[in-house]
Write a protein that binds this ligand. Sequence first.
Ligand code: C2E
Ligand code: CA
Ligand code: CA
Length: 400
Amino acid sequence: MGILIVDDEQFTLKLIAHQLANLGYGDVIACERVDDAIAMLVDGHSDISLILCDLQMPEKDGIEFVRYLGRTRYPGRLALLSGEDERTLQAAEKLAKGHQLDIVGVLHKPVTPEQLRQVLNGNVRGTAQSSRGTGVSYAVEDLRRAITAGELVNYYQPQVAFASSAVTGVETLVRWQHPVDGLVGPDQFITLAEENGLIGGLTRTVVSAALRQVCLWQDAGLDLQVAINVSMDDLADLDFADFITHEIDTFGIAPQRVVLEITESRVMSDPLTALDSLTRLRLKHIVLSIDDFGTGYSSLAQLRDLPFDELKIDRGFIHQSSRNKSLTAIVAANLNMARQLGMRTVAEGVQDQADWDFLQASGCDTAQGYFIAPPMPARALPDWVANWEARGRRLAEPTP
Ligand code: C2E
Ligand code: CA
Ligand code: CA
């Protein structure tokens, strides 16, 4: 495995090369300038499978090199080095990921042997996984047919209370059981539906199936709140609120147990109609949740203008929030604001014990994420709830 180091500081180059040699990696090329590194790569050194690159360099800098690597679709791994602060490194990492590069580490200078070992271990994990999407795109007609043919299925992801660890409800997440491709995630067809006038039908299918399911669970003694994702386009339809109320009545579910999660993924085409729908839903005591809060258009102006009961902090702010100063501040500000507005808070994307501990201690109300459970088919839920009890009891005990 060839390793390329790019850094204008001779000292760093020598130090890292030496540390790599100690770890058993002798095949190392060191360059002081980005142009030299590029020349090296152009010269057919395609056996380079790891690049360690400094960000701050006098001529071409690390960011320009990252751009070059992205443009030439460098297939190997990349680690960034810098003496800059945490936030600069994070921004650079984001950028590299945006260029579809395989980032295996972001290292603070001076680099320690331990840090290098971690990067190299990441490197040993194998070359199979890639962040590049599969990029299947579907035809509108296929989706239209799928909706009417009943190929959409709801998965449900549990939500639990941080304080008691009790299961409070589920979020409905739609999937397409595709006859050829298998289970397809919503990111691959929701926008298609929105852009082609299919979202109204899609949402109604999802809502009816979810409410029917909650009714079945209710009959089996499982009382759950159900959250359903609603598109802004749904709210622009004046019949939508009536449809929801009608379905809730039909299935005999208390409106307080139905949560509509609303994200604004693009500019609201008809803000007045959306306000009309939301206000009517609110009057019926249906719970309104602002989803993906802090991203895109889901922001403060929304909170000011629309009658939300619940704030769902986007998963991009939750994972690692205890370790990352910016995230800690953002989460604290959101929780504080929600408290002052009398809103409930949900943390989505709780992925590990550290996320759980931090948000529990911060006073967030509800947890959702892989740490608790992934989205699952309806039939798997009762068993999961039964198994959760013991684990949940342990989690609810405050950490010593
Ligand atoms: P969302 O509303 O933000 O839903 C949460 C997404 O995060 C889900 O992805 C879920 O599987 C994923 N997730 C859950 N826990 C974790 C975690 O711990 N870590 C990480 N990284 N991710 C986690 P999914 O199911 O692929 O849904 C993607 C998006 O598609 C949803 O994002 C929602 O905006 C949209 N969507 C899903 N179902 C519907 C629907 O019925 N109607 C509409 N309009 N949109 C939907
Ligand atoms: Ca959601
Ligand atoms: Ca979200």
